[in-house]
Design a protein around this ligand. Sequence first.
Ligand code: COA
Length: 153
Amino acid sequence: MVSVRPRTAADLPGCVATLCEVHESDDYPHRWPHDPAGWLTPENTAAAWVAEHENRIVGHVVIVDRVGALWVSRLFVRPQHRGSLVGDSLLRQARIGGASMLDVIEYSTKAIELYERTGWTLVDRRPAEWTMSDGRRPVERIYCADPRSNRLA
Ligand SMILES: CC(C)(COP(=O)(O)OP(=O)(O)OC[C@H]1O[C@@H](n2cnc3c(N)ncnc32)[C@H](O)[C@@H]1OP(=O)(O)O)[C@@H](O)C(=O)NCCC(=O)NCCS
């Protein structure tokens, strides 16, 4: 049974261990951060949750206050626990927490399927602010939970 609950400071080592598995299997994040625990708490983080299974962190999400809206960020699920709605539950929790926006790199097809299946609307595509190790600049998609109130200009 997987439960979703608020993240505590004591969860960070487990979150980093799971992030490491995700980085190796999915190239997320593309570059391994110098300070992975810090990366899990971006500037203006408003709340963070973990998914836990038998005392092990199997998923993670935060919401970040950016340009007047709450954005979903740092969403990931341990590879062995995918396909059983852990990502869906974390995304739902972020939505309950007030998140209405998110961005995703266009090659993250599993994440895009999840967002589109759960009713998020594509509102923009733009080049990412960072380049990949081969020099290419990926395309980022912006999704909105409520296009009537949050559509980007
Ligand atoms: C994107 C990600 C978080 C999705 O996590 P997840 O826990 O597998 O997501 P869910 O289980 O909620 O949904 C995905 C799967 O559940 C399946 N599913 C949907 N409804 C279902 C249901 N009622 N019962 C069972 N399975 C269902 C979907 O078909 C999908 O299956 P597939 O992966 O075989 O195509 C995960 O793939 C991940 O961590 N990716 C790497 C990191 C990343 O890209 N993060 C996003 C950054 S923007």
